[in-house]
Design a protein around this ligand. Structure first.
Ligand SMILES: Cc1ncc(COP(=O)(O)O)c(C=O)c1O
Length: 415
């Protein structure tokens, strides 16, 4: 079958589809150790609370109402009002429900945003999405309808004590040319666990406003929920910021509920797109979580259950990794949030794609790091082939067994 140009572009094997295929394959092999995907942990305390809330919303009829009706294309009214109230009372913002659009997962919102604010324009010009700090989220890489829609900058690397390092935006190198339509960062960052500092965000906001282009902050792991973040940061928003959130990393990826907070003209545009593509986003997640947002419970659970759970797991996994493969062979990005550890094997004698194959042969699935550099054009920059991403949030015995396999394969490579 011959596909259209759109079909050709979106059916060729992309980083994310390869990852999803491997995940499925791994799921079929009961012995595979799956430290590759981005599935959040099923935290027992949270699962219990989700169960109770689902029962409550079933009993009071709200869940059934959501199932029996379409919402508008902007998404569940009550949930959007509750979210606006929560942000206003917590952070003194002055948004209302019309600053918020819901989507079927935040992934689909990124697709709309990348093609709304970048790509080909009526005047023949082409605009790109700029990532000021690569590595960045694999899921952005193929989200543009136009070719070559992304541009990225290499990070500045700070070497820290204890074999850790941290990426920072290299503001000396960062240039935003006129063909950039938006700036985008994930905070905390998937895959590295980096959290851009408040100063970095303020500087990026200044640059974006100077250039009259929006700054997208992907807050999928951030604060105030799900709060998989181990440093003290303030959520950032103004009329030029597009803040994207999700219920997924709270532990509910199956609900497919994304949240976009932006100025009203962006929200109207997203709403129109949603009407065409989806008719309406699902109301199930919003009706389930509405009371938690109204009461603020969503913040308590995020801060008191979710954050400590992930922080303990990250700490434990770092310890196991450092015992197994001490620095300088292995350096780990300082874990500041998200579900991942970003491992850097400086001077690795094979590329990370080959390391991935060797690990897979032994039953360990991780994600090779080279996928996370969308828009980096310097093929010679070897750092991009020396890193892998590991999901530390899987059951402890799996993480430990995975690290043993990693140790064995790395030792065999001997450099
Ligand atoms: C940084 C980041 N942004 C967005 C998403 C998309 O999540 P969802 O579509 O489930 O909201 C993910 C998923 O892993 C992610 O890691």
């Amino acid at each position: 079958m011959q596909f259209s140009q759109f079909g050709e572009k979106f059916t060729k094997l992309s980083g994310i589809s390869e990852l999803m295929a491997d995940l499925n394959e791994g799921l079929k092999n009961p012995n595979a150790i799956m430290l590759g995907g981005g599935n959040p942990a099923a935290i027992p305390e949270m699962v219990e609370l989700f169960q109770q809330e689902t029962q409550k919303q079933l009993d009071n009829g709200h869940l059934l109402t959501a199932m029996l009706n379409y919402d508008g294309p902007q998404g569940h009214d009550g949930f959007r009002h509750a979210l606006a109230d929560l942000f206003n009372r917590e952070y003194g913002w002055t948004i209302d429900a019309d600053n918020i659009a819901l989507s079927n997962g935040s992934q689909s919102a990124f697709f709309s945003l990348f093609n709304l604010l970048a790509g080909e324009y009526a005047n023949g010009k082409k605009k790109k999405v700029l990532f000021p700090l690569a590595p960045e989220y694999i899921g952005y890489a193929d989200g543009g309808l136009a070719e070559d829609q992304f541009i990225a900058f290499k990070p500045h690397i700070d070497f820290l004590d204890n074999g850790l390092f941290k990426y920072r935006v290299d503001f000396d190198a960062l240039t935003v040319s006129d063909d950039v339509g938006m700036i985008c960062v994930s905070r905390p960052t998937n895959p590295t666990g980096n959290v851009l500092t408040d100063e970095e965000i303020i500087k990026l906001d200044e640059i974006a406003r100077e250039k009259d282009i929006p700054l997208i902050i992907d807050n999928a792991y951030g604060t105030p929920f799900p709060h998989i973040i181990f440093s003290d940061v303030t959520p950032f928003w103004n009329e030029n910021t597009i803040l994207c959130m999700s219920l997924s990393k709270l532990g509910l990826p199956g609900l497919r509920c994304g949240i976009v907070i932006a100025n009203k003209s962006i929200i109207r545009a997203l709403t129109n797109i949603a009407g065409i593509i989806n008719l309406a986003p699902s109301g199930i997640g919003p009706s389930l979580m509405q009371d938690w947002v109204k009461s603020g419970e969503i913040l308590n659970h995020s801060e008191n259950i979710i954050a400590p759970y992930y922080q303990d797991k990250a700490k434990q996994a770092v310890q196991w990794l450092q015992d197994a493969i001490p620095a300088p062979k292995l350096r780990i990005h300082k874990p500041e949030g998200a579900l991942f550890l970003w491992l850097w094997f400086e001077n690795l004698p094979v590329k990370s794609a080959e390391l991935y194959e060797k690990l897979k042969e032994k039953g360990l699935i991780i994600v090779p790091g080279h996928y996370f550099f969308p828009g980096i054009e310097d093929e010679q920059w070897k750092h991009q082939y020396e890193c892998i991403r590991l999901n530390y949030a899987q059951p402890a015995e799996k993480v430990k067994a995975g690290i043993e396999i990693l140790k064995e394969v790395i030792n065999e490579l001997d450099w």
